[in-house]
Design a protein around this ligand. Structure first.
Ligand code: PFF
Length: 450
């Protein structure tokens, strides 16, 4: 028996909701509540939101279906999943590059993700003790000015991530997500109501949903596409790794739509909660990574029981970040464990340590290294963000679409899609074959040469 055939397949998750919950747990995180509003803000609002939503529909959902198919078919971590499915489709083992680029993307993303999640941890305590006035951008500036502070919280977050991943995905994620994600959804809806009543809701609606294309550039497209991949956890094998645990009788297409809709809903809710406050308090919509912290804290400071609701919000946001971070670490750890290179626990420890070190650069980019550009015009954190979100994820996603659309054995695909609606399958095929890869290629092309 060759090495690939010997690979043991993971056990499946029990219960039809578990995959949806875990995939939603991976998708919903800082990307929705921290990243989406601030990127929409710095990119002028409506046009960015529209392009983002189009990317979710035309590129994201087709690729999500593809990733789940590959993952579930093989029952293995992304590198081996690509190898196995390529072998069974008589294609080159070179397709495993998708898995490798995914592990690299996961490492880069988690290194800065952990720093931002650390700031969320910090805000649990800040929100509990601050009352009265509107939180000013100066206060956020003060929080991020201390390297020691950021590094301590970053360390705590990485330790928690490593602990959960070393315990194994099946035990770690499902239970946590089941109760806490709906609670986060609930608190987001509450915040939207608060903003409708107390903020400048009209201005926010206009900002988010009235596209103004006059300032759209090729970079807006690249950023919106990167954000779509990042938010849906696509292009790096996270969803593929989770797909390996998905029970065979669960419908891939419906599930993908559910996860993508929940994810987009949370992003839009975050926008609707944040921007009315920003406009009502005359804060700048394009102020960058501090947006959610400044605006939400301002709201909590003003509202009754804000000192309870505020910390609760940041606790849930931190947990949403954790349920995403574990999916960033999982593909690499699962691979090292599957190959018997390291035990799961050891793999989680060593990879996390490496990521922690890389994260120091992002923590410092807010203070000591603020003027140090790793890439032209981008500090350390922005460079990690750019490389992973705008290059590696779309690149991985494009390869996945090309593989499933053009190279994967059709019988294997039909087997996985089971009795999905034939029309839906046909539409999906058209999108993975043509629309998704061509859109990514076009956006890349324009960003480079446009
Ligand atoms: N989707 C997560 C978020 O929006 O916060 C981040 C993420 C998780 C990106 C897993 C990529 C990934 F593979």
């Amino acid at each position: 028996m060759d090495k690939l055939s010997k690979l043991k397949s993971h056990g499946a998750w029990v219960g039809r909701w578990t995959f949806i919950l875990a995939a939603t747990g991976s998708a919903v995180g800082l990307g929705n509540i921290w990243g989406f509003p601030y990127k929409a803000g710095t990119n002028g609002g409506g046009a960015f939101v529209l392009i983002y939503l189009l990317c979710i529909l035309a590129i994201g959902i087709p690729i999500m279906i593809s990733e789940i198919i590959i993952g579930r078919r093989s029952g293995n971590s992304p590198i081996n999943a690509m190898r196995l499915v390529a072998r069974d489709s008589n294609s080159s083992s070179g397709w495993q590059i998708v898995g490798w680029s995914g592990i690299l993307a996961g490492i880069l993303i988690l290194s800065f993700y952990s720093v931002i999640a650390g700031i969320c941890f910090n805000y649990i305590f800040i929100a509990a003790s601050s009352t009265g006035s509107i939180s000013s951008p100066d206060q956020f500036a003060e929080v991020i000015s201390s390297p020691i502070n950021l590094i301590l919280w970053h360390t705590l977050f990485m330790i928690l991530t490593a602990l959960i991943v070393s315990a194994g995905v099946k035990n770690g994620i499902g239970r946590m997500v089941k109760i806490l994600m709906p609670l986060l959804g609930f608190i987001m809806i509450f915040m939207v109501f608060y903003s409708v009543l107390n903020g400048d809701f009209n201005k926010a609606m206009k900002f988010l949903f009235e596209p103004d294309f006059s300032n759209v550039t090729s970079d807006t497209f690249l950023q919106a596409m990167g954000q779509a991949f990042f938010s849906l956890s696509l292009g790096m094998g996270s969803i593929m790794a989770y797909g390996a645990y998905m029970p065979k009788d669960q419908k891939v297409v419906n599930t993908s739509f559910t996860v993508a809709s929940l994810d987009s809903l949370v992003a839009i809710l975050a926008g609707l909660a944040i921007f009315p406050i920003i406009f009502a308090f005359n804060l700048e919509p394009n102020s960058g990574p501090g947006l959610v912290f400044v605006s939400m804290l301002s709201a909590f400071n003003q509202m009754e029981f804000g000192f309870v609701i505020g910390p609760l919000f940041f606790i849930l946001l931190s947990i949403a970040a954790l349920s995403s971070s574990i999916s960033l670490l999982e593909p690499g750890v699962a691979f090292l464990a599957e190959e018997d290179i390291l035990s799961r626990k050891r793999a989680a420890e060593i990879l996390s340590f490496f990521i922690w070190i890389l994260g120091l650069g992002s923590a410092l980019s807010f203070n000591l290294w603020a003027d140090f550009n790793l890439m032209p015009g981008r500090n350390f954190l922005d460079s990690m963000d750019f490389l992973a979100n705008q290059i590696l994820l779309p690149f991985g996603g494009m390869l996945i679409a090309i593989f499933v659309g053009w190279f994967m054995n059709k019988n294997l695909i039909s087997d996985e899609l089971g009795n999905a609606n034939p029309l839906l399958i046909r539409i999906w095929r058209f999108f993975v074959k043509f629309i998704a890869p061509l859109s990514v290629a076009l956006i890349f092309y324009n960003a480079i040469f446009g």
